[in-house]
Design a protein around this ligand. Structure first.
Ligand SMILES: Cc1cc2nc3c(=O)[nH]c(=O)nc-3n(C[C@H](O)[C@H](O)[C@H](O)COP(=O)(O)OP(=O)(O)OC[C@H]3O[C@@H](n4cnc5c(N)ncnc54)[C@H](O)[C@@H]3O)c2cc1C
Length: 332
């Protein structure tokens, strides 16, 4: 009989672990939200979490390819805009590493990997609260049920792991280390604005803009093959009352566009998402943190695998896959 693994969390880490392990093990994923994907999330085909993959992120690129999806380059042609107190300036941004996006959104990538799972059971809307080592293996408890397994793999951001009741307890040093690791993008809020057409491209603009004078701080083209859109990261000091009106005012001032051209505005405030961020994650980071946590001292049955646990490319989709591969090697 196959040994049982319970994977806690159905983000990219949890789904990819199941994708790699389900032939050898009996897998159940337990997910707190009513959907899969975690931080990878699309509304109406627009990515509200991650959008980009980069050329050196070989694991995610080859998985996208293996799943039969295609990528296209991020649109960057034309001038960028800088919205200052004295007016809007045009500038040419310095060259940066070219990023790509997935045709049909990263949300559809999650759908494809989810649908490709053959024998894995995915239980939604079940928040895991505790795990206990017992003689015959492990006992994993949610609000609704208790599950027995041989292994448990937690794929939550480390700060959320510390809210789980572990028996035996996590060593104090590991608990402290996990508490100190910021959830990547846990402070962020992302807004996608769909337009009737990509008018900025006609004006010789890339859609990239910086602004200190409105809700959106950093704006990029977010168009797909058949939809015109911009996305913006919301400034940490943005007024959330009348948010849509303030976004319309800002975009009409910065891009000289009438707000009647806007079809829809979507917002996801990740710091308010209790299955992503904890209160400590609200502080914006000035740079990408050093990620990676050595959990080998704790247990060979209870393992940890979200992107923040990865020593390489931690925080990114790539880090999630690298860590998951390491965990697979460990579990055999
Ligand atoms: C706005 C934004 C933009 C980003 N941009 C990029 C980008 O362009 N490129 C890039 O590479 N990365 C980007 N990232 C980071 C990327 O999203 C993450 O690296 C990746 O999604 C992490 O996946 P994960 O599975 O490790 O964690 P998560 O996606 O956080 O998955 C954890 C899962 O555990 C579930 N869970 C939590 N608590 C419990 C519990 N108690 N019981 C059961 N389930 C639970 C959650 O609901 C979630 O589904 C971005 C993130 C955000 C938010």
């Amino acid at each position: 009989m196959k040994k049982k693994i319970i994977i806690i969390g159905a983000g990219i880490s949890g789904l990819y672990l199941a994708y790699m392990l389900e032939d050898k093990f009996d897998i159940t994923i337990i997910e707190a939200r009513s959907r899969v994907g975690g931080r990878v999330y699309a509304i109406d085909g627009h990515d509200m979490g991650p959008s980009w993959v980069w050329p050196h992120h070989k694991n995610i690129l080859s998985l996208i390819d293996e799943l039969g999806l295609e990528i296209f380059p991020q649109y960057t042609q034309g001038y960028a805009l800088y919205d200052t107190r004295d007016g809007v300036e045009h500038f040419t941004p310095p060259p940066s590493m070219p990023s790509s996006r997935v045709n049909g959104s990263l949300g559809s990538f999650i759908e494809v990997i989810h649908k490709s799972l053959k024998s894995t059971k995915v239980l939604l809307s079940q928040e895991v609260q505790s795990v206990e080592e017992i003689d015959e293996g492990l006992s994993v408890t949610t609000r609704l049920d208790t599950f027995k397994s041989d292994f448990a793999i937690f794929t939550l951001p480390p700060r959320l792991v510390t809210k789980i009741d572990f028996t035996p307890k996590l060593p104090e040093s590991l608990q402290q280390k996990m508490s100190s690791i910021q959830t990547w993008m846990g402070h962020s809020a992302k807004c996608v604005i769909e337009f009737k057409d990509a008018f900025w491209r006609e004006k010789g603009l890339s859609g990239f803009a910086y602004s200190n004078n409105g809700p959106l701080g950093e704006i990029h083209d977010a168009s797909t093959a058949d939809r015109a859109a911009l996305f913006g990261f919301v400034n940490s000091n943005a007024q959330m009352d009348h948010f849509d009106d303030n976004v319309k005012e800002q975009l009409s001032r910065v891009f000289q566009v009438d707000s009647s051209q806007i079809i829809s505005i979507h917002l996801v405030d990740w710091k308010e998402e209790k299955y992503t961020a904890s209160y400590e994650d609200r502080k914006a980071l000035s740079q990408h943190p050093f990620y990676g946590i050595d959990t080998s001292q704790y247990s060979d049955k209870i393992l940890f695998s979200s992107t923040e646990f990865s020593f390489r490319e931690g925080g990114y989709l790539e880090g999630a896959l690298i860590r998951a591969k390491d965990i697979c090697k460990q579990i055999g």
